[in-house]
Design a protein around this ligand. Sequence first.
Ligand code: C2O
Ligand code: CU
Length: 541
Amino acid sequence: ARIRHYKWEVKYEYKSPDCFKKLVITINGKSPGPTIFAQEGDTVIVEVTNKLLLKNLAIHWHGIRQIGTPWSDGTEGVTQCPVLPGDTFKYEFKVDRAGTYLYHAHYRMQRESGLYGSIRVSVSDNFTEPFAYDYDRSIILTDWYHKSTYEQATGLSSNPFVWVGEPQSLLIQGKGKFNCSSSSLTADTCNTSNPECSPYAITVIPHRVASLTALSALSFQLEGHNMTLVEADGHYVEPFVVKNLFIYSGETYSVLIKADQDPPRNYWMTTNVVSRPPNTTQGLGFLNYYTNHPRRSPPTVPPTGPIWNDAAPRLAQSRAIKDHHDFIVTPPTTSDRAIVFLNTQNRINGYVRWSVNNVSFTLPHTPYLIALKNKLHHVFSQTPPPEGYDFVNYDIYNVSKNPNATTSNAIYRLGFNTTVDIILQNANTMNVNSSETHPWHLHGHDFWVLGYGDGKFDMNKDPKNYNLVNPIMKNTVPLHPYGWTAIRFKADNPGAWLFHCHIEAHFYMGMGVVFEEGIDKVGKLPSSILGCGETRGVGRP
Ligand code: C2O
Ligand code: CU
């Protein structure tokens, strides 16, 4: 195993990823940032210097479990204090499993300012993958806002509430095209002939597709080509063919594409918003066949996306993803604890929030990992949060009669090495006939996806239909409108771990929880994670 050492400088720069000029957070001058390349078993060291001048920073390694290094998870408020302007922070962790992963900012809503990139962990030398390919490319899909994240965050925390709205464009590997002439912007601010915003051209074969959208659920399409889905979140999938790949923020997929179209020309690569009324023009890129110029526009009109509010094909794709038959890790057949998480939109003292079981999450001033390890029990609420909701009376199909909720920074404490089931239950928002898609992401673990269902989860009936034979393991899973999603995991990774909706504004508005397990088994915390709240001086010699 090798050590992969990276040195990153994070700063604000003016960029025009979709032709509109704004301040973007870059790593070594780039957004998306540099790809981390490593092999299974390697140690990755990233030394990050915060040159944002006035803003704090933290970087999360999405999909890396951080076994034995919970302090390197990069979750501000949970596993570390923020990295202050001018400071350098060293992340060090092992990449213990091959696959495609992501990294992104995890301080407030900073991710959507452009701080993100891919981590590609290759298989060990003597291992053969269950499929073959000639080229291997990765792309990250995002959505893009023209307002700054500070302006957005301020709106979300205001009364009256100012929603972030739909994104201005969709980016493919950091590139998109906003229609500058649709608004009264000057050529200095918005210039469609700026080379920074020409469509992303990929030569021959995109293979790994990941999404880090702030808000949007996407459908990814390649004109004239089907895709065979072979990997999800670092696990091999029993292959199946899709025409649209539905992908939610925080998910990664590997797909195989056969470049077999005739005549050889360039083809459209598109992303379309699904699950929300599409007020964002589709994202465009080129799939380039050799001998054609990579920037030559395809001669056709780009294919249109699927019907935005047809949830059935999305649910069908979610259900079709099963573990590859040669790599099945079967889950424990029973669980020690089952917790139901009702997902609701609420109002607290006039402010709009999102909640789990009517509790809207807030971060304490002292990160949990440090507070727990040093037994600083007064820094967050010790009242255990609720394990469920009023199953009998709560109507998930209508606006709640009482949209009130409370805020809390309490956490779920799990028995070390126990098996835990989480059932995510969707409901109606505060608007009639509206239920959103929430991609839930768990830090520090992979979980088995036991099932998806429509409507209200039935504790007596539905667990009988759990897939215990070949469930896929993932770290991010969608909760579909008016539906439920059941997952199972082993609480075997000592630390404090966030579980949250990966829609940036939703988490910011309280849609998340924290799990603690085996805190007494966590090694000595590095002093670099200290410095905020009541952590000054704690654990120092
Ligand atoms: Cu990719 Cu806590 O997020
Ligand atoms: Cu959400």
